[in-house]
Ligand binder design. Structure first.
Ligand code: DCP
Ligand code: MG
Length: 434
């Protein structure tokens, strides 16, 4: 971000080195010159495709290119994504479609073609994995990459490799990406969002504290609207204020998230990039406001957590063979229970029912402060959830779950809730995921 006379630089169009301070590239005249004093030292990137679904549709139908395009599920649905032209008119993801069309009546609405987006997402990922095995996918269109130690292989520092990558994605896939480059995950992710679309932002060590000081607390990973409101009530709105607070004070006020606030506000993030294959388990857990013992309180939470785990398995295209239940009693004793399934699963319903069976055996009036569920023995999704000859009912459930998933894809998460979670989603808000 900071421009400095001695900054290393690269032209994002022709990839020529851009020494000096000129605004334009000496080789091709492009204004897209990237300069930063730490450009050659930073290894950690976050890459996120721009208006992903809309970009794919524009690629496949050039008539759409200069028009506002909304991808969504028809008039009753919500906006999945809006292209950047539609965003100028105020259209946003998750907005009800009728509102979006009020804001931008001339928008062209395209129904989502998930299979196509998954296909394109995989192509992008394969191209990332050609740069480094250290790729951690976050969703269909974004991933963290750790390029440390790849300079010899590529004959160029990470920044150069990333600029070349962004250009290749445009040429070979026909969509655009934004890149964030930093020394840690938190700031790489923040950076990739700074000048979307076709962005490339760098946040170096030297500027991290000053940069963060001027950002709102919502920039911190894990600080949503509700928690931001709590902080606001305590008079804290900007990260700069957190930087002046003691760790003990933050932890006393906000518990474990206080420690996260302390470190992230100072640009300290020790999380490493974990390639997909390295994950040992996928789980989700929540600590209750008050200790609880009744099935009627615990079961809806288990349901919500199971759905959360399932959604993440589906997103990552993996499945798990062992369901793990975790409980922490009011006196901080941890109980874990495991059950191996005949086949790996990624279905919320299977995870929930297996977890429920284990949970019911633990209910004897003991008060619990934490409930978690997850799966381990992770495998590729290909062998998961085969049609079950014995348990035909479970096959029907699997089919129903597939139908619910496609409705959710069309209409958004909250559109379809099952009996267990209806109206109670808040109770099961996961606080920690691994
Ligand atoms: N998506 C969705 N519903 C949401 C948010 C996202 O269906 N509420 C889908 C559509 C997006 C894709 O996921 O194209 C990627 O999500 P992003 O948040 O990365 O959004 P975009 O890629 O669309 O836009 P941006 O350029 O801001 O990354
Ligand atoms: Mg995106």
């Amino acid at each position: 971000m900071a421009v400095n006379a001695s900054a290393h630089g690269i032209c994002r169009d022709c990839l020529a080195p851009a020494a000096g301070t000129g605004k334009r590239c000496h080789s091709c005249g492009s204004p897209r010159v990237l300069r930063h004093p730490e450009l050659e030292a930073l290894p950690l990137a976050h890459i996120d495709c721009d208006a992903f679904y809309a970009a794919v549709e524009k690629r496949d139908n050039p008539d759409l290119r200069d028009k506002p395009v909304i991808i969504g599920g028809g008039k009753r649905g919500v906006v999945s994504t809006a292209c950047y032209i539609a965003r100028i008119h105020g259209v946003r993801s998750a907005m009800p479609m009728f509102k979006a069309l009020e804001a931008c009546p001339e928008a062209i609405v395209v129904k989502p073609d998930m299979e196509k987006y998954v296909r394109v997402g995989r192509q992008v990922r394969a191209m990332m994995e050609a740069l480094t095995p250290m790729v951690e996918p976050i969703s269909i269109d974004e991933a963290f990459l750790d390029l440390a130690g790849t300079q010899k292989l590529h004959g160029a520092p990470p920044a150069h490799v990333l600029a070349a990558f962004a250009r290749r994605i445009e040429e070979e896939i026909g969509i655009t990406v934004s890149v964030g480059l930093s020394y840690c995950k938190f700031l790489a992710k923040v950076a990739s969002d700074l000048n979307k679309p076709r962005g490339f932002s760098v946040i170096g060590r030297a500027e991290a504290l000053d940069f963060l000081a001027g950002q709102p607390v919502t920039t911190i990973w894990g600080v949503g609207k509700a928690f931001a409101a709590t902080l606001e009530r305590d008079g804290v709105r900007m990260i700069g204020q957190l930087q002046r607070m003691e760790k003990n004070d933050l932890m006393r006020r906000y518990g474990t998230i206080g420690s996260r606030l302390y470190h992230l506000s100072r640009g300290e993030d020790e999380r490493t990039v974990k390639p997909r294959g390295e994950a040992k388990s996928v789980s989700s857990e929540t600590t209750f406001n008050h200790d609880i013992s009744a099935a009627s309180d615990l079961v809806p939470v288990l349901r919500a957590l199971s759905e959360r785990v399932s959604a993440r398995l589906k997103k990552a295209d993996i499945a798990g063979r062992t369901v793990v239940l975790k409980l922490k009693t009011a006196d901080f004793r941890i109980r874990t229970r495991n059950r191996q399934l005949a086949d790996p699963t990624r279905l919320a319903d299977r995870i929930f029912h297996t977890g429920l069976d284990m949970l019911m055996r633990e209910l004897d009036g003991t008060r619990f402060r934490l409930l978690g569920v997850g799966v381990s023995d992770l495998t590729d999704a290909a062998k998961a959830d085969p049609p079950d000859l014995v348990d035909t009912l479970s096959h029907k459930r699997a089919l129903a779950e597939g139908a619910i998933d496609s409705l959710r894809e069309k209409f958004g998460r909250e559109a379809v809730e099952t009996g267990y979670t209806f109206g109670r989603r808040r109770a099961g808000q996961p606080q920690r995921e691994e």
